[in-house]
Design a protein around this ligand. Sequence first.
Ligand SMILES: NC(=O)c1ccc[n+]([C@@H]2O[C@H](COP(=O)([O-])OP(=O)(O)OC[C@H]3O[C@@H](n4cnc5c(N)ncnc54)[C@H](O)[C@@H]3O)[C@@H](O)[C@H]2O)c1
Length: 350
Amino acid sequence: MPKVKVALIGVGNCASSFIQGIQYYEKLQKPEDCIGLRNPVLAGLSPKDIQVVAAFDVDERKVGKELSLAIFAQPNNAPKVCDVPAAGVKVSKGPLLDGVGNSTKAIIQVSNAPDADVVKVLKAAGAEVLVNLLPSGATKASQWYAEQALLAGCAFVNATPTFIASDPAWAKRFEAAKLPLVGDDLVDQVGSTALHKTLLKLLSDNGVRINETYQLDVGGGTESVDTLDRSRDAKRTIKTESVAASIPYKADIVAGSTDYVDFLQNKRDSYFWISGVYFCNAPMKIDLKFQTVDAPNAGSVLFDVVRAVKLALNKKFKGAVEPVCAYGFKRPPQMVSLEVAEKEFAKFLS
Ligand SMILES: NC(=O)c1ccc[n+]([C@@H]2O[C@H](COP(=O)([O-])OP(=O)(O)OC[C@H]3O[C@@H](n4cnc5c(N)ncnc54)[C@H](O)[C@@H]3O)[C@@H](O)[C@H]2O)c1
């Protein structure tokens, strides 16, 4: 079985977990031993069939470095779960554009190395799938890399909240180029958005009228610093819209990242508040906190999405691949319920 050749934009915390995950699960042969993976095998592919062949960043502590070392460079703070052997991939310098915002300029040390010819690097590496892991607020940079995917003939996975797969104009361009496109804003495996939607739906299905609800996060990764800058925080809109779609009436809803607490490192504390009424207007309230580690939360879903996109490439899908978007992302081109998303994804795989 040929490998899925992946290139990563942004060697931050998600990239670190993704690459460590490939190594971590490589040794586990039996699917039942692969604890933490939703799909040990998907479309006939295991995580070890994913090969990262190129990577781009702007931070001088990562640019020019062997990728297996760059993933552990500061300011990354995703947990180290295993050593990663060198695979001969050096991190290339991408153009900065809006990759660094006001809140993160003290954290990211921009390299003065010349920008690489991104299309040339992608073609030389034989990259098939370009995965966008830029900071949330990097809208122009995300769009620029989507252009490079078109020029290099790569499928594009947009894990960031920039509207690309959900923008019909981009979907048309990928369709014209006969390339698959999926996004936007990856769903977490143990996600606060999915949990929030599930709770609201459960309550609502049971006749509860939700009046107001919020879900707020506190995290210690660079990404939490980036979303402090409200002008760069599309995530709040995406999360709020996604949560609102889980109940069939209007309620006061706020969902989004809120604050940065450095000592949390890569951990994320998520707070949920739900207030509503049920039989004869009796009040109910839920006040809940749960804690996850941020970067590993992207790993399993990214593995699934990358393998599904390889299937889409094999089957010559073009433009936005709706079942993969709905399964793996908070803002697909068309918002559907979690149940419909699961069903459509299973149908796509079969
Ligand atoms: N569980 C999760 O971590 C999760 C879930 C859903 C979505 N996402 C999305 O994934 C993305 C990545 O998250 P992260 O935690 O890895 O972020 P991060 O801040 O740790 O990493 C971003 C990386 O991009 C690099 N960068 C900045 N500008 C660049 C440019 N112009 N070209 C190339 N590289 C550049 C930074 O130096 C950094 O290494 C974010 O958009 C986030 O919203 C993450």
